[in-house]
Design a protein around this ligand. Structure first.
Ligand code: DGJ
Length: 549
């Protein structure tokens, strides 16, 4: 095994990290399945026994087909991603009941391996965006056997009932088959590191199922497990939850259904599993939104997280799909989903230009890292292009590629440092020129000054700097040592006031990591450090040793 980065050596000395990090220091655990590590309220993904940070993207809804996927690898390479999220369609996998076609998923895994990219697979089964559009036609056609939800007025809608054993059994059987395929083709290689169970589950069209079977459950006592978990008194759904009874009942029903699917899948192959979420209030919070109309009722929305945690212990992560108009809202959402019992993971977000709020989206990765996310993936890599339709560089998209080009070589280190709670970030917004990141006696003053971006000694205004999405990650490696990665920003280290001494840079090494091994390429000094550490586009990684005099 190669020598270990100093950062990790230092962290091994940190109390509380010994268990998790002792695994990093041993020879690669190729036999160990991908898993979530959890310690001190923080999480990280472990892949082949080492910390792993998915710098990801998700393909378009109809791009999980081999012929389509083939076209996306040049984009994946240009983006410098390390992980691709790809859907697996129930309608494709089980075209006739009990007859399975594994060729698509096998091909997807082979393609990813050929491109040295890990996969997250999303099971498009009973639910896709609060509807049932990906179930096989033999399910769609047999409404007797596979009951739909009924609205309050008794209308059928195109959402399967979560209160039906027949629906559950059919989906579960197919999902278990999928996990069996993964065990067969990937049990020892771990190309697939995580599985999303269903997609934006819940119901559009009704707050809950009003079918006779569901109604009977609704009029019965709330399951003891839920009452206990929420610290409520026993009673019927209406008695316990009042005005929220319909949505809470639907959330319990969906979560309980998905839990049984995930648990059965894990019996085949226990990969980490998560569910994603159509936000309750994308544009603001709190905003009056109607479950079943404005967002799928019963999904793992911010108001239903406790219900989901109680109902779905086989689901490791309740994850937000973040499509929001500004950074304030972005932060709110991350805060709602990062809980001691729930890692923050962002499986979908805006970025590839076709969603409102995508402007300056390159900053969101850094916001998310600062908030403790364990992975990140903008949606719709099909729309990613470094050059716009007018033949000119699209600097918004260039910014996304810069992010991953900068961080991919240090991704293992990043995951380890995140897990140790040593990472802070700063991201520019229009009008925001300075952010101070403090680490005990040291502080890093991050600035995005217009005079820096426009001054002659930087070689003129950087086209990406003009978009005001400068970004910096600072991680503490030791008492006086830091790892800094940045783009379009300046960083000045100083002693946190009040200080009796003066700070000085001892050395600033530019370089990168090869796995856990730091490789220095040069020392920064002179114009690169005199007024502060200048992180010009396309970005650099440095290790800084600080001293005082
Ligand atoms: C969120 C869904 O989860 C995705 O599958 C996709 O439909 C995007 N929205 C929007 O295109």
């Amino acid at each position: 095994m190669k020598s270990t980065g100093i950062g990790l050596v230092l962290f091994r000395k940190t109390a509380g990290m010994v268990l998790a990090l002792s695994a990093f220091g041993q020879a690669t655990h190729a036999a160990e399945l991908p898993r979530l590590a959890h310690e001190n309220g923080r999480y990280t993904l472990m892949v082949d026994g080492r910390p792993y940070f998915p710098l990801g993207a998700q393909v378009g809804n109809s791009s999980g087909w081999p012929e389509q996927l083939k076209n996306l690898w040049p984009k994946a390479e240009a983006l410098h991603l390390n992980t691709l999220e790809v859907p697996v369609y129930w309608e494709q996998m089980e075209p006739r009941e009990g007859v399975f076609d594994d060729t698509v998923v096998e091909d997807v895994v082979q393609q990813a391996r050929a491109h040295h990219v890990r996969l997250v697979l999303s099971w498009f089964g009973t639910w896709k965006n609060g509807k049932m559009h990906y179930v096989p036609d033999w399910v769609k056609q047999d409404t007797q056997r596979f009951p739909r939800m009924l609205t309050r007025s008794g209308q059928k809608i195109d959402v399967l009932s979560a209160n039906s054993d027949a629906n559950l059994n059919a989906d579960r059987k197919a999902f278990v088959h999928l996990m069996g395929v993964l065990k067969r083709v990937d049990g020892d290689q771990h190309t697939v590191i995580m599985v999303q169970v269903e997609n934006e589950s819940g119901a559009l069209g009704s707050v809950r199922d009003f079918s006779p079977a569901a109604q009977k459950q609704f009029e019965s006592a709330v399951p003891e497990a839920l009452v206990k978990a929420l610290g409520k008194r026993s009673g019927t759904w209406k008695q316990v939850f009042g005005d929220d009874a319909d949505e809470t009942f639907q959330a319990w029903s969906v979560a309980h259904y998905i839990n049984q699917i995930a648990a059965a899948g894990k019996q085949e192959m226990p990969l980490p599993m998560y569910v994603n979420n159509w936000l309750k209030s994308p544009r603001g919070y709190p905003v009056l939104t109607i479950p079943g109309e404005d967002y799928p009722s019963g999904g793992p929305t911010s108001n239903m997280l406790a219900v989901w945690k109680a109902a779905a212990p086989a689901i490791d992560i309740l994850a937000p799909d973040i499509y929001v108009p500004n950074t304030e809202r972005y932060r709110d959402v991350m805060q709602q989903f990062k809980r001691p019992d729930n890692p923050l993971f962002i499986p979908e977000t805006q970025g590839f230009g076709h969603f409102p709020g995508s402007q300056g989206a390159a900053r969101n990765l850094f916001l998310a890292i600062g908030a403790g996310t364990i992975g990140f993936a903008p949606f719709g890599i099909d729309n990613f292009a470094l050059v716009g339709a007018d033949g000119k560089p699209d600097y918004e998209q260039v910014g996304l590629a810069q992010n991953y080009e900068l961080l991919a070589p240090i991704a293992e280190e990043l995951a380890a440092l995140q897990f140790a709670g040593k990472v802070k970030t700063a991201a520019e917004e229009p009008g925001l020129e300075q952010i101070e990141l403090t680490f005990g006696q040291w502080s890093a003053l991050v600035s995005f000054p217009p005079e820096y971006t426009a001054s002659a000694d930087t070689g003129g205004l950087s086209p990406t700097a003009a978009l005001h999405m400068g970004r910096v990650m600072v991680a503490q490696l030791g008492p006086d040592e830091f790892l800094v990665a940045g783009i379009d920003a300046r960083v000045n280290f100083r002693l946190t006031p009040p200080a009796a001494a003066q700070a000085q840079l001892l050395t600033v090494e530019q370089g990168t990591y090869d796995g856990p091994t730091w490789k220095r390429t040069r020392l920064w000094n002179g114009d690169e450090t005199d007024a502060g550490l200048n992180f010009k586009a396309p970005g650099s990684v440095v290790r800084v040793k600080l001293g005082t005099y």
